[in-house]
Design a binder for this molecule. Structure first.
Ligand SMILES: Nc1ncnc2c1ncn2[C@@H]1O[C@H](COP(=O)(O)OP(=O)(O)O)[C@@H](O)[C@H]1O
Ligand SMILES: [Mg+2]
Length: 273
């Protein structure tokens, strides 16, 4: 009965012939179960394969080996748009359409009945406080507002699973935190399962039920940290000693991995020097 929302089994991804050094082993034998309604962050140094893992879950391509199943259905390089929506860092809104027109396109693409488009769009915009900007064009909005809209567009298709790849990376710290609160509200209200990639330790602790700390490339799971705090979370959580403790724990786990990544970038022969 309690089948995981996402089940990743021994997933390995090797990119053939990329760069001067030939094949790149991006992720190595990653296994992870994600429960329904769980918020999981992937945290790890740049280039450790976080986006690769997220894209495999989303069915954007098939891994070199291993499997991923979503609600019991095998994902084998086949997107499941009825179950999964993506939100990326860069706003992918069409600039020549208004906000609501952008949502209609997304909903049409997902095969949602036309009679539902505007209701869904407005519900999602309301959930991020952007309902009054439905008729605006993307370039009439600030970067932060655009990213709110971008997030709402991922929400409006009302899938059970949302995959978010550094969605707030281009935003200032304050805006990120407000959007983080919105996301925590959404999680509490809808019971969605969210897999979220971030570089920010504070963001990971603030949002996650579990933080998956990854190693330097090839990405493996180093440790999983539980954050026992109900959603929706308030900024008060950040003032608790437990918050700093968790953040420091993440940092000390990551430090060696970041060093390994930087060393490998300096010395193309490897990180052993
Ligand atoms: N399409 C691709 N072709 C070749 N190499 C890739 C491709 N995508 C990613 N990589 C390489 O795989 C590694 C992991 O990349 P990525 O998953 O984007 O890491 P992260 O999101 O953690 O920064 C990096 O070394 C990257 O250069
Ligand atoms: Mg990435």
């Amino acid at each position: 009965m309690n089948e995981p929302a996402i089940s990743i089994r021994n997933v390995t991804q090797r990119y053939e012939g990329s760069g001067a050094s030939g094949a790149v082993l991006a992720i190595d034998e990653v296994s992870l179960d994600i429960r329904k309604g769980e918020f999981v962050c992937l945290l790890g140094p740049s280039g450790c394969g976080k986006s690769t893992l997220l894209n495999i879950i989303g069915g954007l391509f098939r891994p070199t080996s291993g499997t991923c199943t979503v609600a019991g259905r095998l994902v084998d390089g086949e997107p499941h748009p009825d179950q999964i929506a993506f939100v990326f860092q860069e706003s992918t809104l069409f600039p020549w359409y208004t906000v609501i027109e952008n949502f209609r396109i997304a909903l049409k693409f997902k095969g949602i009945a036309k009679s539902e488009w505007d209701d869904r769009a407005m519900r999602a915009l309301k959930s991020v406080g952007m309902a009054s900007f439905a008729q605006s064009y993307p370039d009439q909005l600030s970067v932060g507002m655009r990213q709110r809209v971008n997030m709402a567009r991922g929400i409006c298709v009302e899938t059970d699973i949302l995959l978010m790849d550094e969605p707030f990376a281009a935003l200032d710290e304050q805006t990120r935190m407000v959007l983080g609160e919105d996301l925590s509200q959404l999680l509490a209200a809808t019971g969605k399962t969210i897999v979220f990639v971030t570089h920010s330790l504070a963001e990971a602790v603030f949002l996650s039920d579990r933080i998956v700390v990854m190693t330097a490339r090839p990405g493996r799971i180093k440790t999983i940290i539980d954050v026992n705090e109900p959603h929706p979370r308030s900024p008060d959580f950040m003032l608790e000693p437990r918050f700093s403790e968790l953040r420091n724990e993440c940092y000390s786990l990551l430090r060696d991995e970041i060093r390994a990544t930087v060393a490998a970038q300096r010395d193309p022969q490897g990180a052993d020097a």
